[in-house]
Design a binder for this molecule. Structure first.
Ligand code: PGA
Length: 269
């Protein structure tokens, strides 16, 4: 089993002073925790943050929030995996906000995953259903937080299948998957999924990986939960055997709260 992975997705927040403050706070407090941390700031802060983290403990990494699917060329406004070499080690791909605002398709995300891997970046591939499965549940299971297997397959497993299409065993073992139910993301206001709910969906994802690759691959791929994670509820996910860590949005913008999350996550064993 891996030690927990905690990813901070700052989205389109922070100015340079905030970014420097947060990076130093994480560097000073989280360096001796038994977890891996990835900070994903807006891409303009990656270079100064890389400098701050240069002599940082080796459990703190940088990630980008997006890349385009080719290495270079006439694509105004985009950055590429090729440019991130030596600056970032991870990249978030397929986030529901990008699927929603920029109409990113599974096919495009799949191309981005491949170019990220080709350039030595670890893709953090986000998948998740738009609507709570409970709303589609049979009467029998209503209120028990038990997602229906058929619905999970149609939504989450479909996105996973399409976004990782064509990856070899060697490649699939390198990626990180983030299960982020769209309804649970803090901006949607419905609140987090329960640990049991997230764990059941992730179990189905592992079954799919076992069928597509093999059992040991399905156990080794890191799968995180994301959606309204905070310092109070993080324990609910970290202790689930199926869940290897968390992807944190809103609560990662406050140093005290994010360090609190990291602390809980590192107390896992
Ligand atoms: P949230 O964001 O923690 O604010 O819900 C998570 C995400 O969208 O990655």
């Amino acid at each position: 089993m891996y030690r927990s992975l905690v990813i901070a997705n700052w989205k389109m927040n922070t100015n340079l002073a905030d970014a420097v403050f947060l990076t130093n706070a994480v560097k000073n407090k989280v360096g001796n925790f038994d977890i891996d941390v990835v900070l994903c700031p807006p891409s303009v802060w990656l270079v100064p943050m890389n400098e701050i983290l240069d002599l940082a403990p080796k459990n703190i990494y940088l990630g980008a929030q997006n890349i385009w699917f080719v290495a270079e060329g006439a694509v105004t406004g985009e950055i590429s995996a090729f440019m991130l070499k030596g600056i970032a080690s991870y990249v978030i791909l397929g986030h529901s906000e990008r699927r929603n605002y920029f109409k990113e398709t599974n096919e495009l995300i799949n191309d981005k995953v491949k170019i990220a891997l080709k350039n030595g970046l670890t893709p953090i591939v986000c998948v998740g259903e738009a609507k709570k499965f409970e709303e589609k549940m049979s009467e029998k299971n209503k209120g028990r937080g038990r997602p229906n297997a058929g619905d999970v397959k149609a939504d989450v497993i479909f996105e996973l299948q399409e976004t990782i299409k064509g990856l070899s065993v060697e490649q699939i073992e390198k990626i990180v998957i983030a299960y982020e139910p769209v309804w649970a993301i803090s901006s949607s206001g419905e609140g987090p999924a329960t640990g049991a709910y997230a764990s059941q969906v992730i179990e189905k994802m592992r079954e799919f990986l076992a069928e597509t690759y093999n059992k040991s691959v399905s156990e080794r791929v890191r799968i995180l939960y994301g959606g309204s994670v905070d310092e109070d509820n993080v324990k609910e996910y970290i202790y689930q055997p199926e869940i290897d860590g968390v992807l944190v949005g809103g609560a990662s913008l406050n140093a005290k709260r994010f360090i609190g999350i990291c602390k809980e996550a590192s107390g896992k064993e």
